[in-house]
Write a protein that binds this ligand. Structure first.
Ligand code: SAH
Length: 347
């Protein structure tokens, strides 16, 4: 089987050319084509001779994603069903606001976590995405942003399908490619990695010396409640998560964002609010109250507006920054937690 040339580093490509007796700058040229220019065919590499292109073609393939289907929401959100080289599908979403375009990208095919309120958890985790598959989602959305909104992509959130910290190496490699001047040259400060909370991996990420931001899907600061709606989290105590977040802050000096949904009868009591206040008071952080997007399960219903307001008031009284995030793209199942390849036929 031919090797995917995008699985090689620039040095490996240069070495390949040198071994074949060519100048090393050929390797640099090819690397530029496959990353900076996102070229999916050797034939388009016009600064290489026909023979060189044929030689590459007989040694390598360029695996790449293909957008299978595009859905547009009435609010401007665009959802892409993205086909991978081995026919699996993931979804990625373009979210426009007045002055920004955000790409919400997937990191795995399906997800191995079991958050009861998330549609993706119903899909079995099939495999991790490769760095180039994450990169390609960003390129696709950048091109869509230029086409439909006449501006470049401004922000990237790892809040699509999958748990990014369970695809750690590829996550890091994709971030490096996205932010490199040999890639998309998008600042790491504009990237958010969202995790359900794996302490060991949060610490590891803190040690990377990247400039990305961290979001943690908390949803409850009461251990028992959290474990009932996010059963895998029973393996990681809230204390351990807190310790890893404090480590993150000590290393990066960047505040953590807690993602938090308020559900009727699950976490909508004053005790729940107090637990949240006590949990995040000691962690440099802000709380993002996110609207629940129904996935058709009767157990989960959004809490009343007055309860959400009470959350906001009590957090603010305790000097904790809080924002309320309205949902986007609900009409096309593109909102948080709704990515489940619904429109994709499984033939
Ligand atoms: N696995 C990562 C990233 C994917 S989920 C994580 O857990 O953070 C991105 C965000 O959407 C998380 O905060 C998740 O808890 C939230 N989410 C999941 N299902 C949702 C739903 N039905 N409505 C609103 N947000 C949801």
């Amino acid at each position: 089987m031919k090797i995917d040339i995008r699985s090689l580093s620039e040095n490996q490509i240069i070495e390949f050319f040198e071994q074949k007796g060519f100048d090393s700058y050929r390797g640099k040229q090819v690397y530029e084509w496959i990353w900076k220019k996102s070229t999916y065919s050797f034939d388009e590499m016009t600064n290489l001779s026909k023979d060189l292109r044929l030689m590459l073609d007989s040694n390598f393939v360029i695996n790449h994603i293909e957008v299978d289907k595009i859905q547009k929401s009435s609010d401007g959100t665009i959802k892409n069903a993205v086909k991978l080289f081995d026919d699996y599908t993931v979804e990625s979403v373009l979210i426009p606001t007045d002055d920004r375009t955000t790409a919400c990208v997937s990191s795995q095919v399906g997800c191995s976590l079991d958050c009861k309120f998330c549609a993706t958890s119903k899909l079995k985790r099939m495999r991790n995405l490769n760095p180039d598959e994450i990169y390609d989602q960003v390129v696709t959305i950048n091109n869509q942003s230029l086409k439909y909104f006449k501006r470049s992509l401004s922000n990237i959130v790892f809040m699509g399908m999958g748990e990014p910290l369970m695809n750690y190496n590829n996550l890091i490699e994709s971030i490096e490619k996205i932010s490199s001047d040999k890639g998309l040259n998008i600042s790491q400060k504009r990237i958010v990695v969202s995790t359900s909370g794996i302490p060991k991996m949060i610490k590891k990420l803190a040690d990377e010396n990247l400039k990305v931001n961290l979001a943690l899907s908390l949803h409850s600061a009461i251990e028992e409640t959290r474990n009932s709606i996010m059963p895998f989290s029973a393996k990681f105590s809230l204390e351990d998560i807190k310790e890893s977040l404090l480590y993150w802050y000590s290393k990066t000096k960047r505040r953590i964002t807690f993602e938090y949904i308020v559900w009727k009868g699950i976490n909508d009591s004053v005790d729940d609010i107090n637990a949240l206040v006590n949990y995040c008071k000691y962690i440099p952080s802000k709380v993002n109250l996110i609207e629940y997007n129904s996935i058709g399960d009767e157990t989960f219903k959004s809490a009343s507006q007055s309860m959400i307001n009470l959350y906001k008031d009590l957090l603010e009284k305790n000097k904790i920054t809080v924002t309320v995030r309205r949902s986007r793209g609900k009409d096309i199942d593109a909102a948080c937690g709704q990515l489940a390849n619904k429109e994709v036929s499984l033939n």
